[in-house]
Design a protein around this ligand. Structure first.
Ligand code: KG4
Ligand code: ZN
Length: 348
């Protein structure tokens, strides 16, 4: 077995990243941690749309059907074969257990057959690492706001391996709140991007929704109160037969969520003495959040790192990147007992 970071066959060090934690089956080949040679994503959004959300059993079945073709396509688009791969990284949590098991079992079988090391990757660490791919100059430490369908947290990324959680949500994740509000507005699935689009036509100041800051020095979040405020507003208007502009509800809700996310992230960066702020996770695609953080960072003299849209969604490249850095920084590779976990702590 080769040494950490040492390439095989005279090519750059190649990592195959596999992701199957939710409704995307994805695989990528990444050279030297940051150079993406291929990044193939097979999305199940159209399939789950009919149910208004991800149906775990259906997701598992589609991962099973798609995982090998997606990996084959990733290798072929990268112009490499299995024998060129030096390392495999696979998301082994958190996520839907059945979905995770497909990626994990596939990765274990491949690593065993090829006799190459295997790294189990935390899905959210992968999202954070998407920033290394997008920004070649970015190095830790930095403060990262993580906003996805299942997570909302502020982390101090101390180095390539150590993450300190400064705060996290005490109830709903930001993406979850977006999706629930979008569902009540009848926008469809996935709700976040649809609500984002609708909010652009609304007035964020016409309807005020509660901003929940918790204790003055806390970096934790709570979105359930804001979400319930929106649901109550809609239900009460409907009961009274009063009309409201959906655009204004969307814009008002978004303004409340984004204001708190921005304030806490900037405060955390300054308290930690960090000049660099990064954004990660599916909700990193949100236009209002991106604009708000950009404004706040500019005002406070901080550098903002945001992944491009294609790296905000779940993908294999971010998993390969995370696996590479953990491997070269001597995190022990997994063996064939590697398991999948629906819940997994982000901080080590
Ligand atoms: O990271 P991700 O793909 O899945 C998890 O790891 O959880 O994030 C998915 C979440 C969903 O809740 C989706 O509605 C939300 O990200 N999302 C957005 C936007 N794009 C995706 N939320 C708000 N605005 C967006 N533009
Ligand atoms: Zn994700």
């Amino acid at each position: 077995m080769n040494q950490p970071g040492e390439p095989k066959n005279g090519k750059g060090f190649l990592c195959l990243g596999i992701e199957s934690s939710c409704d995307e089956t994805a695989a990528a080949v990444v050279e030297g941690g940051r150079r993406v040679l291929s990044n193939v994503i097979s999305s199940q959004i159209e399939i789950h749309k009919a149910y208004g959300g991800v149906v775990p059993e259906i997701a598992s079945r589609h991962h099973l059907a798609n995982v090998n073709p997606v990996i084959d396509q990733a290798l072929s688009e990268a112009g490499v074969s299995f024998s060129d791969i030096d390392l495999i990284g696979v998301t082994n949590g958190p996520g839907l257990i059945g979905a995770l098991l497909i990626g994990t079992a596939t990765a274990k079988a491949m690593a065993y057959a090829l006799d190459i090391p295997l790294m189990g990757v935390h899905h959210i660490r992968g999202h954070i690492c998407a920033n290394y791919i997008a920004h070649p100059s970015l190095k830790p430490p930095f403060v990262c706001l993580i906003v996805s369908g299942g997570h909302t947290a502020i982390a101090l990324v101390e180095d390539y391996v150590h993450y300190r959680i400064l705060g996290q949500t005490r109830d709903d994740a930001a993406g979850e709140a977006y999706d629930k509000v979008a569902r009540v507005l009848g926008l469809g699935y996935p709700g976040g991007p649809l609500l984002d689009r609708l909010a652009k036509q609304g007035d964020p100041e016409r309807i005020f929704f509660k901003r929940v800051y918790l204790e003055p020095d806390s970096y934790d979040f709570s979105f359930s109160g804001t979400k319930t405020g929106v649901l109550n507003y809609i239900n009460s208007a409907r009961q009274k037969g009063e009309s409201f502009r959906q655009e204004d509800v969307a814009a008002g809700f978004q303004a409340a969520v984004v204001e708190v996310l921005t304030e806490k992230t900037i405060r955390a960066a300054r308290a930690m003495g960090q000049k660099r702020v990064a954004l990660a996770g599916g909700v990193a695609a949100n236009s209002c959040l991106r604009a708000s953080l950009e404004r706040a960072c500019l005002e406070k003299g901080l550098e903002l790192y945001v992944p491009p849209m294609e790296l905000c969604t779940d993908n294999g490249a971010m998993i390969a990147c995370a696996a590479y850095y953990e491997y070269i920084h001597h995190v022990p590779p997994a063996d064939l007992t590697l398991d999948a976990y629906p819940v997994m702590p982000l901080g080590r």
